[in-house]
Design a protein around this ligand. Structure first.
Ligand SMILES: *Cc1c(COP(=O)(O)O)cnc(C)c1O
Length: 362
């Protein structure tokens, strides 16, 4: 068995050099006589690892000094609730842009802690088009405005960042973080589950502007739920996911060697263009219904003109070493996720297979 071209939406493919280095170091890490999983998170070598991972992420994303970077657990889903608990006071409202599965869940999970207002809703377009920034209805009294720049399931992505003046913009970047250059200063808070573009699941990266940490002062909350406490204790209030933190650090180093987010942005644009061109040029044998300006570079759902061919498509794809292509159960069809660790070559193999499959089944 060799490694396949893996288009899984998450947990997703990791860079092979990262896995190889982890394999090399699995039994014994950096002269400590044990693996990185088997030593104290408060030991000097682990603290150095943690600091280096953060420094690399800061440099990759050009994170300004007035932002804290936290390495947390509980997935993006825990942050759906925590960000409301930390950023809003009781009775306050927050404005949510509902653009698909994840932003809707984010609003639902926050609703016990903040009054949710809908700023815009993509369901009216059948999730084929994102509401433009001009259509967002945002109140100046909102504690924050939440949106999901890339909707992993419906395959919708905002190509740029809204300007909301003083209102803190909060973004769930689980499926698009590090995929292109980003102006962090435009955001109050960014969070991302690691298992798409960073590392294994079980780690969540949070980037938060320092002044927002003050907001939870006076809230009746356990320490472990407070961003300010995590920040004050370098994300080591309790035992972190040391293994995931280590792998994230290796991925950041790999990204650096690739040329950083600038190069990733170009490569990701090229990969997405290859696949969308193949879909659009197939005379409707394959279809993606998302408006061109709302199409995701990271997650490309597509449908065969005849759903009866779905099983055959997936089986033959797997025989060709292409896995993870089955669409989300809510949508059916196919989905190819094109995160950083998916190479241009992998997408070329997929596109070639799609052409051949059309020739024999069209
Ligand atoms: C995968 C995903 C999530 C869920 O992340 P968990 O780590 O499983 O909680 C949330 N938001 C987006 C945009 C995602 O892609």
């Amino acid at each position: 068995m060799s490694r396949a071209w893996n288009f899984s939406a998450g947990p997703a493919v990791l860079p092979e050099p990262v896995l190889r280095q982890a394999q090399d170091e699995l039994l014994e890490w950096q002269g400590v006589g044990a693996s990185v999983m088997e030593i104290s998170h408060r030991s000097r070598p682990f603290i150095a690892l943690a600091e280096e991972a953060e420094a690399r992420l800061r440099s990759l994303m050009s994170i300004p000094p007035e932002y804290k970077v936290l390495f947390l657990q509980g997935g993006a889903t825990l942050q759906f609730a925590l960000l409301a608990m930390n950023l809003a006071t009781r009775g306050q409202s927050a404005d949510y842009v509902l653009s698909g599965h994840w932003s809707e869940k984010a609003a639902r999970e926050a609703s016990p802690y903040v009054r949710i207002r809908t700023a815009a809703d993509a369901s009216v377009s059948g999730y084929h088009q994102l509401p433009s920034f001009e259509q967002w209805q945002v109140g100046s009294d909102a504690a924050y405005v939440h949106y999901t720049p890339n909707e992993t399931i419906q395959g919708l992505e905002y190509p740029d960042i809204p300007d909301l003046g003083e209102l803190p913009l909060v973004a769930d970047m689980s499926s698009c973080i590090l995929s292109q250059p980003l102006e962090v200063r435009r955001f109050g808070l960014i969070y991302a589950g690691a298992q798409k573009n960073i590392g294994p699941s079980g780690l969540t990266v949070l980037i938060v502007r320092e002044d927002l940490l003050e907001r939870s002062r006076g809230h009746d909350m356990a320490m472990i739920l407070r961003y300010s406490e995590h920040a004050a204790h370098a994300s080591m209030l309790n035992t972190p996911n040391t293994w995931a933190w280590y792998l994230a650090g290796l991925t950041f180093a790999w990204l650096d060697r690739q040329g950083g987010v600038e190069v990733m942005g170009q490569r990701n644009r090229h990969k997405a263009d290859l696949l969308y061109d193949a879909i659009d040029g197939s005379s409707d044998f394959y279809r993606n219904d998302v408006d061109v300006n709302s199409r995701s570079r990271m997650n490309v759902p597509f449908f065969l003109h005849d759903p009866k061919l779905n099983m055959r498509f997936l089986e033959q794809a797997e025989q060709r070493g292409l896995i993870g292509l089955k669409g989300h159960r809510a949508l059916g069809g196919m989905r190819a996720s094109l995160y950083n660790a998916m190479s241009v070559q992998g997408v070329e193999v997929l596109v070639e297979f799609m052409r051949e499959f059309q020739q024999t089944n069209g």
